[in-house]
Design a protein around this ligand. Structure first.
Ligand SMILES: [Zn+2]
Length: 591
């Protein structure tokens, strides 16, 4: 990050020019627009119906559907149970998704079959849908609570997450992001509620109303999945796995595994040889003797542009903390119970993920953070389908349907790096970052090649003397001020952070302007709809596309930024993807 010029990302007129209110006058709409996802879903099925007997949708209807973007601002707040995009599907659409074995819906809902007592992902090859026997659930936990067992063939609990939870800004979306990060395992429902600023019973009620299961049941389903990963991919004793997965006792572990998978933990382990040959598992890492080393596959909804993702991360990699080498991104990470090293390589159909963890209890959080970093829960078809009809972005979106909006593994680190990147080149920001890491970073007890340190913690930088930092005084004060706000808890950038509130707190800090705040919102908070109208790269790309006036002076830039912001209104709710399309366009042009 330390993001800047190469392909844009400079604060240009940035933190002085365009006012925040013009850019975020529509924040209320961010909640409202998530329904576009469901629109796209319906559209996909409508199109799939062409040529079938009885199909009533004509091609021109479909085209009109795309170009008119019907219903994008439907106010989902009025109907909280329907609030989530794809989740707003009715049972008929779910049934259609099951019949067509549409993998895009994996993780969005689950199908339980009453005649077998098994639940599956929509794309399960084993399901022969008999409508009368099917039940639909919004979460694996709800299917489990209704007494169904996970299908051994399609492994429904290993589906990608629902894209809905990254899109939604409301309390259920925030809760789901925190549960996925392991907050309930670490701090209970009480800790979850505290972070959300709600009463426990309110959180339970809201989550149960939408997911069909409460936070505890959802966390339990997640623990069962973590336990299975550890059982199948490590040689750890089962007793250690129970605690690493977050279970409070061996008894609870045994009972849950039996209930969820219909086998005992020992049987699960005995089956792993066969499973590794036939299933979605990678062989154990080479030199598997290393304790705490886990290798898994991360699922995503195709397509994905892994090459550009690695290029983007590699251009910003800070020596000592991260590197990109031979198609693999590696970095250090500080997790709730200790440090770790992650290694990610996009492959055909999955991302190969190796995790070296000091404390295995961090597995759930580590996996989730990798997913956020690579934007693996996204629904690229929905994004591309929407942007494809735009006169400016359409060609870019259609040429690059797997474009993602990279998030980050650590919101605090991303924010601090955003300040380091203000007004300097990407290369200069990397050097600055390396310098800070060497002075203030936490050395790993077991360094791994060039990976030697974790990025400095906010508390450490907050205590640093601004005069000693290798940057202009104003930026040094911005950095220590931001670090102080993060360390004191005044500002939270965890997965459950309230995006509007975080942005308001950021903008009130010295040296943090709209560009920096929006950039943090886009990457630290994984907001799919953040925009950077004053970014030099965005403006250059738009000028080359003939979409905004070119010009270099401050007033010309301000005019262009205003035009860009107006244009971007058409790209809601996917403006973050629009930014990446524009940056990538410049990268290609300048190559
Ligand atoms: Zn299945």
């Amino acid at each position: 990050m330390c993001d800047k010029p190469t392909p844009g990302e400079t604060p240009g007129t940035a933190d002085s020019g365009v006012k925040a209110e013009t850019r975020y006058r529509g924040t209320r709409r961010i909640r409202s627009v998530v329904k576009i996802v469901s629109r796209r879903s319906l559209c996909a099925h409508d199109i799939a119906d062409f040529g079938r007997p009885g199909a009533t949708v004509s091609m021109s209807d479909s085209r009109q559907f795309w170009s008119s973007r019907a219903g994008i601002v439907e106010d989902v707040n009025q109907n909280s149970t329907a609030a989530g995009g794809v989740a707003a599907l009715d049972d008929e659409r779910r049934y259609q998704a099951a019949v067509s074995k549409d993998a895009r819906f994996d993780g969005v809902f689950f199908i339980a079959v009453t005649s077998t007592g098994i639940y599956c992902r929509p794309s399960c090859p084993a399901i022969t849908p008999k409508r009368a026997n099917m039940r639909f659930y919004r979460s694996a936990a709800a299917a489990q609570e209704a007494g169904f067992r996970a299908c051994k063939r399609c492994r429904p609990d290993a589906s990608p997450g629902s894209p809905e939870w990254n899109i939604r800004a409301d309390v259920v979306g925030r809760a789901m992001r925190l549960i996925a990060d392991g907050v309930v395992d670490r701090d209970g429902v009480e800790g979850l509620a505290r972070r959300l600023g709600y009463e426990q019973r309110q959180v339970r009620r809201l989550v149960t109303a939408e997911l069909g299961a409460g936070p505890l049941a959802i966390a339990r389903a997640q623990r069962a999945q973590t336990a299975r990963i550890l059982t199948e991919t490590t040689a750890l004793p089962l007793s250690e796995i129970a605690f690493a997965a977050g279970f409070a006792s061996i008894r609870q572990f045994n009972a849950t595994i039996r209930e969820v998978f219909a086998v005992t933990p020992t049987e699960l382990r005995d089956a792993r040889g066969r499973v590794q040959k036939t299933r979605r598992l990678l062989p154990p890492p080479s030199g598997a003797a290393a304790p705490g080393l886990i290798r898994i596959r991360l699922a995503y909804r195709a397509p994905i542009d892994g090459e550009r993702m690695l290029g983007y991360l590699g251009a910003r990699a800070i020596p000592g903390v991260e590197e990109v080498l031979a198609g693999r991104y590696r970095r250090t990470i500080m997790l709730p119970n200790g440090p770790g090293i992650l290694s990610l390589a996009p492959a055909a159909g999955y991302v190969d993920c190796e995790l070296q963890l000091e404390d295995l209890r961090d597995l759930t959080a580590a996996v989730q953070r990798c997913r956020r970093l690579l934007d693996l829960d996204a629904d690229p078809e929905a994004v591309t389908g929407y942007l494809s009809s735009d006169p400016v972005l359409g060609p870019l979106a259609l040429a690059n349907p797997g474009r993602r909006s990279p998030g980050h593994v650590d919101g605090n680190e991303l924010a601090l790096r955003a300040v380091l990147g203000q007004q300097v080149s990407v290369a200069a920001a990397r050097r600055l970052g390396a310098c800070l890491v060497a002075t203030y970073g936490k050395p790993l007890s077991r360094p791994d090649g060039p990976l030697t340190h974790c990025f400095p913690e906010a508390g450490t930088l907050a205590a640093a003397d601004p005069a000693t930092l290798p940057m202009p005084r104003g930026r040094a004060l911005a950095l220590t001020g931001l670090a102080g706000a993060l360390a004191s808890g005044e500002l939270s950038l965890d997965p459950g952070a309230e995006r509007d509130r975080a942005e308001a707190v950021l903008l009130a800090l010295p040296g943090i302007g709209p560009w920096t705040a929006s950039y943090i919102r886009m990457r630290a908070l994984s907001d799919p709809d953040a925009f950077l109208p004053s970014d030099v790269g965005v403006l250059d790309a738009l000028a080359r596309l003939g979409a905004v006036p070119a010009g270099t002076g401050p007033s010309a830039r301000a005019r262009a930024a205003k035009a860009a912001a107006a244009l971007a209104e058409n790209w809601r709710p996917w403006r973050s993807y629009a930014v990446h399309h524009l940056w990538a366009y410049l990268e290609e042009k300048d190559r």
